[in-house]
Design a protein around this ligand. Structure first.
Ligand SMILES: [Zn+2]
Length: 343
């Protein structure tokens, strides 16, 4: 893997916001801050075209974010009013938060994969009451006294519930409506069900969203109401992405890089190691809940340092691994309440 976004990499190490950069003729990278978040910024990409400006992932909703998008477009020789469309790689708030504002000030359409539209918090959580959420936690082995701290915070949810509905949807292989760029949607489910990367073959770039980041391994987790197997899906997407080996990766966080195949292989190996760690825990403990297994895994700051939503994410990641291991035949679930797993 080779870092190509040198100014971005330097800024990452200095803990400052990287510069607005033109990465190809008519393609700009605009860092949009995420206040009070270790990810620090989202890299929004602007495609300047005869038809107007297409923005990919406008970023987190905040006054600083709106200012950064406005100033970044100005540096590129455009204005917010020129924006005709916003393509969202996935509906997490650090990507999709500003879409509603952007549409209201420019009239731009908002586009995403249809499965992403279905997983908008406003749709998923509308029907999920706190009792159902709590029952899900208990089913996966969370002790009664810990479940309270892990249930979803309604304060935080209220912001997410207001995120914009799309005006258009794009499926795998669809071209974005641009005159000067042939930008094609590449469906890469895993981090979210409808995650899209975007490929511009002429420019030799792949916008990777959160699917492939140079340093961070994106969260692959199971959430209440989802019965799928996101990790198997993600690993299959990574294998598909390796075919873009010759392209420069333009990720949604951190910095640009080359070596998409090497990075995809590294992430696959990382998940493979994690699977082995889970099998080792089950070998020692015998039958266990996902929560009990999660508590024995290695976490970068240790299990005890994980609190609240971070612990919930750890549980979701462990469950994603267990479902993937079950699909390969390495573990079995008893399907009960609490749900117990064994080798
Ligand atoms: Zn993100």
């Amino acid at each position: 893997m080779i870092v190509t976004g040198e100014a971005q990499h330097w800024a990452w190490q200095q803990r400052v916001l990287p510069p607005v950069e033109q990465v190809r003729p008519g393609v700009w990278s605009i860092p949009v801050p995420i206040p009070h978040n270790p990810l620090r910024y989202t890299l929004c990409y602007a495609f300047l075209d005869d038809t107007g400006v297409l923005l990919v992932d406008p970023g987190w909703e905040s006054a600083e974010g709106r200012d950064a998008v406005t100033a970044g477009l100005r540096a590129a020789g455009a204005t917010v009013a020129d924006v005709t469309g916003a393509l969202i790689t996935h509906v997490h708030p650090d990507h999709h938060g500003l879409s509603g504002w952007l549409r209201s000030v420019s009239g731009a359409w908002i586009g995403m994969h249809p499965l992403e539209a279905r997983s908008l918090p406003g749709r998923v959580w509308r029907d999920l009451d706190p009792a159902t959420d709590r029952a899900w936690l208990l089913r996966h082995g969370v002790p009664e006294d810990a479940a309270g701290a892990l249930t979803v915070d309604p304060e935080r949810m209220s912001q997410l519930l207001g995120m914009a509905e799309p005006d258009r949807t794009f499926e795998d292989g669809d071209l974005l409506p641009l005159a000067r760029h042939e930008l094609r949607a590449v469906w890469t489910p895993g981090h979210t069900p409808g995650h899209l990367c975007l490929h511009d073959a002429a420019a030799g770039i792949l916008l990777t969203g959160d699917h492939l980041l140079p340093r961070i391994s994106p969260n692959i987790g199971v959430h209440p109401g989802e019965e799928g197997n996101p990790l198997s899906t993600y690993l299959a997407s990574l294998e598909q992405t390796a075919k873009f080996a010759d392209e420069e990766a333009l990720p949604a966080h951190e910095y640009r890089f080359r070596g998409i195949d090497a990075r995809a292989a590294g992430l696959i190996a990382h998940h493979d190691d994690r699977g082995h760690e889970i099998l080792a825990v089950l070998g020692t403990r015998g039958e266990s809940t996902a929560w009990a297994i999660a508590a024995e895994l290695t976490w970068s700051r240790g299990w005890d340092a994980l609190r609240g939503m971070l612990r919930r994410m750890a549980l979701g990641e462990t469950l994603a691994h267990l479902r993937h291991l079950a699909a390969t035949g390495a573990v079995r679930s008893d399907g009960g309440t609490p749900e117990l797993w064994r080798r």
